[in-house]
Design a protein around this ligand. Structure first.
Ligand code: ADP
Length: 229
């Protein structure tokens, strides 16, 4: 076990003339829940996509379990994402043609599990996340909070090493958002999953073990309150 399960070192990435990341350095320890905060456009999502091997930086290093990710080709990065990482996005992004149960089963089916086995593993997630009875619904028949819990189950069902969550509560009202965060944190703790969560909401970041702030493509650790002598 390495000290950091996921790590970005001095990462730079520009979109054409627009610099999105400028020397960004951040890491998360195994089982740690890390909140990445910062204003809109500061580079949070770009940093998450680099850590997750979706984007490749112009320079700098990305490491997973100590091994370079940014030097892998697209096929290997894609396999890494499939086998080791889980994802939850702002708008759930469920496949509309599939039922809730089939959506959750997707990562298992992609990993080569037979359908019956996959559905067997999926079922407990519906009870655990308060989704009992919704297995056969399609995304259009779910509330925002229900759809996001289905997306959370899909992100966690294959027991990923790292769960990447990009504004997972961004489309939800605050109470529903807190419920989703609470379920996410409980599931991550139970499985020992490391979580990198991008959010601009302090209320959401408060669930994390640690918070960093991205400003102008750089990662800062918020200053702790000065101790008054
Ligand atoms: P945040 O997640 O903090 O809102 P982003 O990482 O999405 O910020 O964006 C950082 C900067 O990179 C912004 O200036 C944004 O406009 C730019 N950017 C992000 N993605 C793209 C893209 N695909 N094409 C061009 N510019 C992009």
């Amino acid at each position: 076990m390495t000290a950091h399960v996921i790590e970005a070192r001095d990462v730079n990435l520009s979109f054409g003339p627009t610099p999105a990341l400028r020397g960004a350095t951040v890491s998360a320890a195994p089982g740690e829940i890390l909140a990445v905060m910062g204003p809109s456009g500061s580079g949070k999502s770009t940093l998450l996509f680099c850590l997750a091997g979706i984007l490749v930086p112009d320079s700098g290093e990305i490491r997973f379990d100590g091994a370079r990710v940014d030097t892998l080709d697209e096929t290997r990065r894609s396999a890494l994402r499939r086998d080791q990482f889980g994802f939850v996005f702002q708008f759930g992004q469920l496949v509309p043609e599939l039922t809730a149960e089939e959506n959750v089963a997707l990562p298992l089916l992609l990993a080569g599990l037979r359908r019956n086995k996959a559905i067997e593993q999926v079922r407990p997630w519906f009870e655990r996340l308060g989704l009992d009875g919704l297995e056969g619904r399609r995304s259009g028949e779910l509330s925002g909070g229900q759809a996001q819990r289905v997306a959370l189950a899909r992100g966690m069902v294959a027991k990923p090493q790292v769960l990447f969550a990009d504004e997972p509560t961004g489309s939800l009202d605050s109470l529903t958002g807190e419920q989703v965060m609470s379920l996410l944190v409980d599931a991550a703790r139970e499985q020992g999953t490391t979580v990198v969560i991008v959010t601009h909401e302090a209320r959401v970041a408060a669930y994390a073990d640690r918070q960093v702030v991205v400003r102008d493509g750089n990662v800062h650790t918020p200053a702790t309150e000065p101790v008054v002598a």
